[in-house]
Design a protein around this ligand. Structure first.
Ligand code: T46
Length: 142
């Protein structure tokens, strides 16, 4: 699946800690947009869509949440409890965000500007597009 967990380098000294992220270096794309999500309760689910082209990195700066991802075949549930890690989500991955802790602040670095046309909001349409594009190999699929 087009996802991976990135471990960030933490600069630590007696004054505290610092993480620096640069586009095309620690972040595998040019950063065109930043947004953050907060005030979500453990009852809500966010996301519920895939992106045709957008690539993103999700970082739980405070608190925690869980991200469920699927490419239409394999499924994974990834807890995001640490501000020293970022979850890269590439193209054509269906994501759902849930189990937000009350203090969760989720920072998202995105490879492009906001574009409604890049969203796939119907899971059925997503599956059709995955098949059409031949995005995964037959043998890995159920
Ligand atoms: C994703 C997950 C992790 C904007 O105006 N500009 C923006 O850049 C974004 C991301 C959203 N919006 C507006 C669109 C909606 O009226 O903010 C409102 C809430 O957005 P949405 O329902 O898409 O939020 P989530 O949390 O379901 O999804 C967002 C991103 O849209 C999505 O790309 O991967 O966070």
């Amino acid at each position: 699946m087009n996802i991976r967990l990135l471990d960030f380098d933490v600069k630590e000294d007696e004054r505290g800690s610092l993480i620096a992220l640069e586009g095309t270096k620690e972040i595998p794309f040019e950063i065109r947009r930043i947004y953050y999500i907060f005030g979500a309760s453990d009852q809500v689910r966010r996301g519920d869509h895939a992106h045709k082209e957008l690539q993103q990195i999700l970082i739980a700066l405070a608190g925690s949440c869980t991200v469920s991802v699927t490419d239409g075949c394999t499924k994974e549930e990834i807890p995001l409890p640490s501000r020293t890690q970022g979850l890269f989500i590439g193209r054509m991955v269906w994501r759902e965000l849930h189990d937000f802790s009350p203090d969760c602040v989720l920072l998202v670095l995105a490879s492009d500007y906001y574009n409604k046309n890049d969203y796939i909001s119907s899971y059925e349409d997503f599956l059709k597009m995955v098949e059409k594009r031949g995005d995964h190999h037959q043998q890995t699929c159920c």
